[in-house]
Write a protein that binds this ligand. Sequence first.
Ligand SMILES: [Zn+2]
Length: 421
Amino acid sequence: MSILIRNVFLEGQNVDVLIRGNRFARIAPDLQEQQAEQILDGTNMAILPSFFNCHTHAAMTLLRGYAEDMELHTWLENHIWPLEGQLGEEDVYTGSKLACLEMIKSGTTFFNDMYWHYPGTARAVKEMGLRAALSSVFIDFNDPATADMRWEECQELFQSYRNYSERIIFALGPHAVYSVSRSSLERARDFAQKHRLMIHIHLSETQAEVDQARKSLGKTPTQYLNDLGLLGPNLCACHGIWLSREDMDLIARSGTPLIHNPTSNMKLCSGQFPYPELSGRGIEVGLGTDGCSSNNNLDMLEEMKFASLSCKARYNDPTIFSAGEAFEAATRAGARIFGLEAGHIREGMLADCILVDLTHPQLVPDYNLIANMVYSAPGDCVNTTICDGRILMLDRHIPGEEEIISQARETAQKLINSRAN
Ligand SMILES: [Zn+2]
């Protein structure tokens, strides 16, 4: 498959972009002699890297708006967990398809997911054409029988995940230090080392989590993970709010990336991400939306804006977390964390990109395209989304959109009915 995008705006000039297979093959001001199976007119459009959502729970789109304006533990234990307990693989498939639809519509082509019923999400990724790192969730609350059962499940998934799509990266998902036993964390560490896998974990999201770790383990969650040999570039640590100076030093020294989830953190009042202290230490920071029950959408444009503004407000400094840094965190940082040759519109890189409509009122005038993307534009400024050299959305149209929406509505209704009974 080849695609030629003519006359599209890229870094200060209009160019033609030729995609061959799943990579950018040629980029130059005039590729008149080149032929392609599909030709797109890029007039009045800019080509940009697509977004990397580095922490989410995709199927939770089904819980969007279900339990609102509550304290975190009441919300989780009395509302979210009981409803989640009723979800089966088909529900997860339906919710993940809705999530993929929403992500493609707002220019995201990669997501790092942690959720139950892995095959449901994997099928959605395969059909919708995105890339994803899907982690096998692990929660055992120190119960050896549960730990063994989860471990077996994880091994089975590792054997079978390749059957779904080459665009899926298998990862391990020990949920958090407080919900996973030491022996399971050690198992995850050894398995990840052996098979060179990423580990996806929630780290120091709430103050209560850190207080509990200090009490029961005598150390912070970060120190604990460091002592277990889990810190490192393959540990994707999400939230990272309540970190001591020593924690930050350990994270920096080990090359552990952190994922910032500003909207979820604000909505649940989990705390403020210490971005300047982390970026000052050279820590790689990616951006994620978290699940739809605490966001309530998967729009990375909105996430960039919240990341930047919440940081400026907290530190009372308008110069920090610039538009350029927010855009970097939402695109290239994610690609680097997951070892993907993407995030740049450059010959030889993976063809994961978006075409943005420069006639959208919120992108006019265009003194600074990146500032417009971060501070002004809504998700619907994305006209076309391309992942792995395939067009997933063209002129804002995605095949099968109506069925995905009606299916999600039906599933949500079924969940509510079963709760009522
Ligand atoms: Zn999360």
